[in-house]
Design a protein around this ligand. Sequence first.
Ligand code: ADP
Ligand code: ADP
Length: 225
Amino acid sequence: MAEITFQNVWKRYPDGFEAVKDMNLEIGDGEFMILVGPSGCGKSTALRMVAGLEDITDGDLVIGGERVNELAPRDRDIAMVFQNYALYPHMTVRENMGFALKLAKVNKSEIDKKVDEAAQILELGAHLDRKPANLSGGQRQRVAMGRAIVRDPKAFLMDEPLSNLDAKLRVQMRTQVARIQQQLGTTMLYVTHDQTEAMTLGDRVAVMRAGIIQQVDTPKVLYED
Ligand code: ADP
Ligand code: ADP
């Protein structure tokens, strides 16, 4: 069953610009879907509509069988990791990762358990008491993912999560993102303008240009085209 479905989705901004045009895309349960295309083609807009951070002009968005067009972000049960992962500088890694659960009034022992589990998958166990300033870029990126993972979302949305990292670290983190997604088995919609990233990471790749999805295929089929 599809976990996230775009059905004839349009986005027209108030100035009349059509950033997403008649988008149809089905992302399967547990699937790693990449949305790739040049800067300005509408990728972030599409992602932000799934997150509920941007209204849908026309069409339907379905998450886990439920039409979510009018649902608030917090009621969509999805987690988004941004490019500029703003960690709270005064909090430790553990506090950063557990903060959303604390706000949700989850009890402390449950929070500790969730954070420890996520830290193990993310290989952050040795850094839980550190502050973000004392972490490497890759470690910070993993803390940002950890904040999303602890919420056990139905799906992850990632918007260019590696684009602030240097080239060497970016390659390392690709491997880690793929491993983490496999381990969690959670549906993923991952946005990038980087074709290499698209071809190495996803189960399937949706190619977008000027607001239109042009092709959806496995990296293998796209590579051979
Ligand atoms: P991408 O993520 O692929 O770089 P975006 O989804 O951010 O693309 O933007 C798609 C297009 O929509 C761009 O041309 C951008 O300038 C335009 N756009 C984004 N936000 C707005 C807005 N609030 N009002 C008008 N146009 C916008
Ligand atoms: P809060 O400080 O209560 O988290 P926000 O306005 O940041 O307030 O978020 C409101 C709700 O929206 C949160 O409870 C969370 O579930 C959801 N939310 C916040 N950020 C994101 C995000 N990046 N992706 C998806 N959902 C989010």
